[in-house]
Design a binder for this molecule. Structure first.
Ligand code: CP
Length: 294
């Protein structure tokens, strides 16, 4: 694996191997000895992904180059391609990119001599989020086989839904989707169920926020959304005893989930964020090894 842009690139053995490495890195890692530079090029806002990549990079001993689109030559019209080639030219050894284009990496990869990681591609894929979600489920259940995982929310605009649904199916989980009218994506090929059905059968409830920034019109009022499509306190009480709640965040409290459930006993939302650091350490180390850099 020269770059990491989609979970589809990984065999199931590789997925498990990365999860095992990430689990081990919770207890520390020997930092790299050679001076290596990483840059995080985020063309869309981020709190968790960017910061957890930075923590992961520092734990690995990588030097993190500063980049912020607002203070960069992107403001003078510089393209993603030229920005990436610039960081490669000045000595970055690894790049992490988030961009609004679903396929921003297609034209870039053939022209790169350093590894690049997809930290979110429009409504396309968010593979490192998927890997941290997988780690969180694996820690809980020790397996994916026959687990009922419900992905609920704005499926059509969610890169998290796309990455997770296919990966979970490949690992043996039963994937169900739940969405308000207009938020479905029939191309995904998984069955849709209501939230009332979802809480009854789900072992894992993966909630997603409404991606307003990707909507052409604000066609879904949020006034009754929680009651109609979200995880209310009443629905949570009907969940299986062992069932857990995931959410990639940011959360719109009171819209897709009742605010009081965000930190309830079933919630693994902040655990997911912690796991993001370890999974990203594992992925970056794997790539650096494959490029002969560690
Ligand atoms: N989950 C996620 O991608 O969060 P950020 O947008 O804050 O990075």
């Amino acid at each position: 694996m020269r770059h990491f842009v989609s979970v589809a690139q990984l065999s199931t053995d590789e997925i498990f191997s990365i999860l095992e490495s990430a689990e081990a890195y919770r207890f520390g890692v020997k930092p790299l000895q050679e001076q290596l530079f990483a840059a995080n090029l985020f063309f869309e806002p981020s709190t968790r992904t960017k910061s957890s990549f930075m923590v992961a990079q520092r734990k690995l001993g990588l030097e993190v180059l500063d980049f912020c689109t607002e203070q960069s030559s992107v403001q003078k019209g510089e393209t993603l391609y030229d920005t990436v080639k610039t960081f490669e030219a000045i000595g970055a050894n690894l790049l992490v990119v988030r961009h609004h284009d679903d396929h921003w990496y297609d034209d870039l990869l053939p022209h790169l001599s350093i590894p690049i990681i997809n930290a979110g591609a429009g409504s396309g894929e968010h593979p490192t989020q998927c890997m941290l979600d997988l780690l969180t489920i694996y820690q809980e259940f020790g397996s994916f086989y026959n687990l009922n995982v419900v992905i609920a929310g704005d499926i059509q605009h969610s890169r998290v839904a796309r990455s997770n649904a296919y990966a979970l199916e490949r690992l043996g989980a039963n994937v169900y989707l739940s969405a308000a009218s207009g938020f479905e994506d029939s191309t995904l090929g998984f069955p849709y169920i209501s939230m009332d059905e979802a809480v009854e059968i789900g072992d894992v409830m993966m909630l997603l926020r409404i991606q307003h920034e990707r909507h052409h019109a604000n066609y879904q009022s949020t006034t009754t959304y929680l009651n109609d499509y979200g995880l209310t306190m009443a629905r949570e009480r009907t969940m299986k005893d062992h069932a857990i709640i995931l959410h990639p965040a940011p959360i719109n409290r009171g819209v897709e989930i009742d605010s009081e459930l965000v930190e309830c006993e079933r919630s693994r939302i902040f655990k997911q964020m912690q796991n993001g650091v370890y999974v990203r350490m594992a992925l970056m180390l794997k790539l650096l090894k494959e490029w002969g850099l560690s």
